[in-house]
Ligand binder design. Structure first.
Ligand code: VGL
Ligand code: ZN
Length: 202
C-alpha cells in the first residue's frame, strides 16, 4: 500500500472513450485491468466522469456547419469541437463495464455546464472555476497524485498540469493512459507536463 498522502485519480474511463464509443480513443479499453490493480494500492482513489448536457457547447452538432475536431474561439479560449459524447445519463457516459469502481471513494463529474468545457479534474477550461476535487484531496491529507485514464493528451494532461500548479507532486503512468493525438497534441502535452515537473512513467 502507498503512503497515506498518495491518491490515484482515474480519469474518464467511460464507454464513449473506449472502442465502439462516440469519441473512441484507440486502445482505451486496454488500460482497465492495470487500473483495477492500481486502485487496490492507493489509500485514496477518485474517479472522474465527463458529464455533459446534450446542448453542450463543446459538441460540433451544436454549432451548425462546424466540423467535428475543428477549433472555435470561446470566451475562455480555443475549444476543440467534439462528436457528442458522455451525455448525462446515457450508456456512453457510464464507466467501462470492466472497471472495478468499488475501491473509489469519490466520483467527480465535470463538464456539466453547457457553456464551458472541463478537461481537467480540478478546473473548468477557464482554468479558474474549481470542480471541488482540490478541496477533497487536501482535506483528506493528500500531497501526491498519480493520474491514469483517458485521454493522455486532453483530460489527463490538463489534470496533471493543474495538479502541479496547485502544488501536488504529480506522476502520470502513461502505460495506463491512451491518447487521442489530434495534430501532435500528445507530444505537445508531454512537453508541457515535463516542463511543469510532472513525472511521466510507464
Ligand atoms: C476528453 C475530449 C472531450 C477526455 C473529454 O476525457 O480526454 N476529451 N472530453
Ligand atoms: Zn468531454
Amino acid at each position: 500500500m502507498r503512503s497515506e498522502t498518495e491518491a490515484l485519480i482515474v480519469i474518464d474511463v467511460q464507454n464513449d472513450f473506449c472502442p465502439g464509443g462516440a469519441l473512441a480513443v484507440a486502445g482505451g479499453d486496454e488500460i482497465v485491468g492495470r487500473i483495477n490493480g492500481l486502485m487496490t494500492e492507493f489509500p485514496v482513489v477518485a474517479l472522474t466522469q465527463d458529464w455533459h448536457p446534450a446542448d453542450h457547447s463543446s459538441f460540433a452538432v451544436n454549432h451548425p456547419g462546424a466540423a467535428a475536431f475543428s477549433v472555435i474561439e470561446m470566451p475562455y479560449g480555443p475549444q476543440v469541437l467534439w462528436p457528442a459524447h458522455c451525455v448525462q445519463g446515457t450508456p456512453g457516459a457510464g464507466f467501462h463495464a470492466g472497471l472495478a469502481t468499488h475501491p473509489a471513494q469519490m466520483v467527480i463529474r465535470k463538464g456539466f455546464r453547457s457553456m464551458i468545457d472541463s478537461y481537467s479534474a480540478f478546473f473548468e477550461n477557464d482554468r479558474t472555476t474549481p470542480t471541488g476535487l482540490e478541496g477533497y484531496l487536501r482535506t483528506r491529507g493528500i500531497s501526491a497524485v498519480t493520474l491514469v485514464g483517458l485521454a493522455t493528451d486532453f483530460c489527463v494532461a490538463y489534470s496533471a498540469l493543474d495538479a502541479a500548479r496547485l502544488g501536488f507532486a504529480v506522476t502520470v503512468l502513461e502505460g495506463a493512459c491512451r491518447a487521442i493525438d489530434l495534430d501532435g497534441s500528445l507530444a505537445d502535452a508531454q512537453a508541457k507536463m515535463r516542463a511543469a515537473g510532472v513525472r511521466l512513467e510507464e
